[in-house]
Ligand binder design. Structure first.
Ligand code: NAP
Ligand code: FE
Length: 373
């Protein structure tokens, strides 16, 4: 087997990672556009202030674009790119959950390329501004992935802009920023992180190194999911584990991509407003059951063992406790979702590609609240 690993992001991990490594920003340029979420959490958790203080200390001119909504739209990143152009930004800093970090990557592309929406997603560009990423959720791993997931109303779905050009140049991970995360967002994002590692492990693109990294992510995240399902409030040490686990899971999918849970989950998010991680979690148990029944692959047992789940049943119970009931969907909606996600690239990335009929059965089971338990 011939395989490749490309993960060029420089990573700083630990409390005060930004403040203690501020000189890294100097190498990125003299003007920065700082992209963050519209809810103001980056102001409250200290991440925005840390970045701005460091930029000031190196006389880097900055402007804040704080209008990014969850599941950012193409039009939002176009607005951000306009501001980057007016500023003459040399680089972009994305601070927040996956939404602001993904938005920052697309802004970095659109700030220096004139592209239609189609050409943006078709990656008709060969350069982008450098991006620094500062996660404040422990879930997406976007700080180390070459993906920007944008909501694109023209196709009534979310769409993955994927290119090695948008790997962040540097990532600063400070678990302290996640300490004030509300419990539901902590749980949703932890499920997203676990889902990345789990899906990566069963992709056709998995390789020995992505598997090793995914296994380590599952080893760390599995017990944390179980603790969250018991409604334990995470300590700082657990926040650290969640952020490290999501980093590892992000590194795994940076090489392999995701598969069925993400493809289906995007529809639940786009049409039903279900938060990203929770949407994946609703699909995970039935997806695991499908792979189990279809392939009987020994990696399934390995994944449960390494994550400290006794069985598929226990796994399903934990995930269901964390994500709750799936949304009510009419027959028309089910048809529509199926027609959309069955075309998604991620479907064929699973170990075994389901037929349209198998996908319909899986969707039915998901919406009837899972296989077992
Ligand atoms: P998010 O959409 O970035 O944020 C969700 C909510 O959490 C927002 O209201 C946000 O508030 C709030 N929040 C963020 N950090 C907080 C903190 N420290 N304390 C309190 N509230 C905080 O959520 P996410 O799950 O991290 O990201 C989801 C997005 O990432 C989706 O669009 C998904 O498709 C994408 N994603 C990308 C990748 C990738 O590789 N690029 C992988 C998986 C998922 P604010 O409005 O203040 O920000
Ligand atoms: Fe995800």
């Amino acid at each position: 087997m011939v395989w490749k690993w490309l993960a060029p992001t420089e990573i700083y991990f630990g409390r005060n990672a930004v403040k203690e490594n501020g000189e890294v920003f100097k190498g990125l340029g003299k003007k920065a556009l700082v992209v963050t979420g519209k809810g103001g959490s980056a102001r409250r958790n200290g991440s925005l202030e840390d970045v701005l203080v460091v930029l000031e200390s190196f006389s880097i001119k900055w402007k804040v674009f704080d209008k990014v909504e969850p599941n950012p739209s193409v039009s939002t990143v176009r607005t951000g790119a306009e501001i980057a152009r007016e500023l003459g930004a040399d680089f972009v800093v994305g601070i927040g959950g996956g939404s602001p970090m993904d938005a920052a990557k697309a802004v970095a592309v659109l700030a220096i390329n004139d592209l239609s929406d189609e050409d943006l997603f078709a990656v008709k560009f060969d350069r982008a501004l450098p991006v620094a990423a500062v996660p404040t959720t422990a879930g997406t791993g976007s700080e180390v992935t070459p993906y920007s997931i944008l909501t694109w109303p023209e196709i009534e779905n979310k769409k993955n802009l994927a290119s090695s050009i948008i790997f962040p140049q540097v990532a600063f991970l400070d678990p302290g920023y996640t300490e004030g995360l509300p419990f539901d967002i902590t749980a949703d994002t932890a499920v997203d992180a676990f889902s990345h590692a789990f899906e990566s492990y069963f992709t056709v693109r998995a390789n020995p190194l992505s598997d090793a990294v995914a296994r380590e992510a599952m080893r760390i995240l599995g017990p944390e999911l179980a603790a969250l399902a018991r409604e334990e409030i995470p300590s700082y040490e657990q926040r650290e584990k969640l952020l490290y686990g999501s980093l590892l899971a992000g590194l795994a999918i940076s090489q392999t991509g995701t598969s069925i849970p993400h493809a289906v989950g995007y529809c639940f998010t786009y049409f039903k407003g279900v938060p990203h991680g929770r949407a994946n979690g609703m699909v995970l148990p039935c997806y695991a059951e499908f792979n189990w029944e279809k392939t009987g692959h020994p990696k399934l047992q390995e994944a449960f063992d390494v994550s400290s789940f006794d069985s598929l049943e226990e796994f399903s119970l934990v995930i269901k406790k964390l994500v709750g009931r799936p949304p009510e969907c009419s027959a028309e909606e089910r048809e529509k979702f199926l027609s959309i996600f069955s075309q998604a690239r991620g479907i064929a990335n699973n170990l075994v590609k389901p037929t349209e009929e198998e996908l319909a059965v899986m969707l039915h089971k998901v919406l009837e609240n899972g296989p077992k338990g």
